[in-house]
Design a protein around this ligand. Structure first.
Ligand code: STR
Length: 509
């Protein structure tokens, strides 16, 4: 009994000390309302058992309003659920909030933040972004070769669907292969064919990384846990090792064959930038700033982002088409009318297919790829609206809440492409500013244009010829995503059937 009292008194003392310390830390600040928190564990009791963090943060608005704070372990976190406040963080004060937290899992993935997505703001980070940006502009976005490349992959995809017609099919690996090949070409000038062993390896390590990295797991909250046996962390390490092996192979090949006059992929472009920096600034002390690690992690980032995000959206799109056959039919009518049966879809058709474009926008709204974005960190004392935000605060933007805000969207839970169309149904527009599928500001997605090209072309090619239905004996897949670094689609099967009009016509025509 005695022991119990002593422990109780100790806990109470610790609690009051903690409250005092919190007050001292933020004297007379006007902070967003806070969830209850305890010493050491912070607000984890409120979060424990909720794996769908975006949904929990959405619900907590009822009690705490659209902006509130909590402690993840000892880290002070502010959660933003409203688009106006989100835009203040991302756009108006973008540079102030351009920091990133360092976490155990992302440090492992990115060699201590030498990539772009998880690295904090720095001059070198800006340079990395700039280099990738110009590389994407040079061999990517908008260029004819990229369009050709995507169409070639779309053609393979259609061939595959034709060959496996009417069977019960898990499309995920084939979608991923098509998408991977586009970024593979951009990053390395290489691609995977069906059944490629290296591709299987890539599929596996990628899934392992998605399952373990940056999902606000316990190791990221209590870094000391990394020194205890930890299954997730062991898996992540194995996956990162596999990734590094493949990455280093490519790197060795690129170094060997490097020729500054024929730079035609991202890895070459980064190599050239590195060599130029070393030659031009050879007497500057920071000439080694852009290290091999930075170069490798930048490519790994673009590769990982390019594969995982677009594949996820394509899977969501197919899943929703299964749920809404009438939407699928309307898209096909539009495709038939505007493109017809004598040619394949091309990028210039985009502006003539408003209903199809609206459907893609709606998929990105209802199931945002990145439901909480990646946490931002305030690099100095600042504010959001009327609230003070001390330096070092982590800010989570709940894109899920922004895309499901009932004040901004009619029936936000309903899948309705029509909401993105004007009253005549022939022009696409955003009915609400509460829509940021690619984020915004200085850390905005770098692949938006590429992603939109791919989503458009892949889906247009497929839907022009095939109709998706649920295979016999299967039920509709629940449209519930699994929270993580991306909102993951549940596995499901489809049946792809060649449309009546195409029967008898050659698919590769
Ligand atoms: C996916 C798995 C992988 O192998 C490598 C990466 C690194 C980049 C990550 C990517 C991940 C998931 C999606 C991210 C992307 C950077 C930007 C993108 C987080 C973990 C989003 O913000 C949606």
């Amino acid at each position: 009994m005695m022991v119990f009292h002593v422990v109780l008194i100790l806990i109470l003392a610790l609690l009051s000390f903690w409250k005092l310390a919190q007050k001292k830390l933020k004297p007379r600040l006007n902070c967003p309302r806070s969830l209850p928190s305890l010493p050491i564990i912070g607000s984890l009791l409120q979060l424990a058992g909720h794996s769908q963090l975006h949904l929990l943060f959405y619900r907590l608005q009822q009690k705490y309003g659209s902006i509130y704070s909590l402690y993840m372990g000892s880290h002070y976190v502010v959660v933003v659920n409203n688009y106006l406040q989100a835009k203040e963080v991302l756009l108006k004060k973008g540079k102030i909030f351009a920091g990133r937290p360092r976490t155990v899992t992302t440090d492992l993935l990115t060699r201590n933040g030498k990539d772009i997505a998880f690295a904090s703001y720095s001059p070198l980070w800006k340079l990395q972004r700039k280099l990738v940006h110009s590389a994407l502009a040079m061999f990517g976005e908008g260029s004819l070769t990229l369009e050709k490349l995507i169409c070639q992959e779309a053609a393979f995809l259609c061939e595959f669907l034709n060959a496996t017609q009417d069977s019960s099919l898990n499309m995920a690996p084939e979608l991923m292969r098509a998408v991977s090949n586009v970024v593979c070409s951009l990053c390395f000038k290489s691609s995977y064919r069906h059944g490629d062993a290296e591709f299987e390896t890539m599929l596996q390590y990628n899934q392992g990384i998605v399952d373990t990295v940056a999902k606000e797991g316990l190791v990221d909250i209590f870094p000391w846990l990394q020194y205890l046996p930890n299954k997730d962390l062991a898996l992540l390490k194995r996956c990162v090792e596999k990734r590094d092996q493949l990455l280093l192979q490519q790197f060795a090949k690129h170094k060997e064959e490097f020729n500054s006059d024929s730079v035609s992929d991202l890895m070459d472009a980064l190599l050239r930038a590195k060599l130029n920096m070393e030659n031009n600034n050879s007497n500057l002390p920071n000439r080694h700033e852009l290290t091999e690690d930075h170069l490798l992690m930048t490519v790994a980032d673009i590769f990982g982002a390019g594969v995982e995000t677009t594949t996820t959206v394509l899977k969501w799109a197919v899943l929703y088409l299964l749920h809404y056959p009438e939407v699928q039919q309307k898209i096909q009518e539009e495709l038939d009318q505007k493109i017809g049966f004598n040619r394949h879809p091309q990028l210039s058709d985009r502006q003539h297919l408003p209903y199809f474009e609206a459907t893609i926008s709606e998929v990105l709204r209802i199931r945002p790829v990145s439901p909480l974005l990646i946490p931002h960190v305030a690099l100095e004392d600042t504010s959001i609206g009327e609230y003070d935000i001390p330096k070092g605060t982590r800010v989570m933007i709940n894109l899920w809440s922004i895309h499901h805000d009932e004040k901004e969207w009619n029936n936000p839970g309903e899948f309705n492409p029509g909401r993105f169309l004007d009253e005549y149904g022939n022009r696409i527009y955003s009915p609400s500013p509460s829509y940021l599928p690619f984020g915004a500001g200085i850390r905005v997605c770098m692949g938006e244009a590429l992603a939109k090209m791919e989503l458009f072309l892949f889906l247009a090619w497929i839907l022009q010829r095939f109709t998706f239905t649920i295979p016999e004996g299967h039920t509709l897949p629940e449209p519930e995503g699994k929270f993580g670094v991306v909102l993951q689609v549940p596995p499901f099967k489809v049946k792809a059937t060649l449309r009546e009009v195409w029967k008898g016509l050659a698919v590769d025509q």
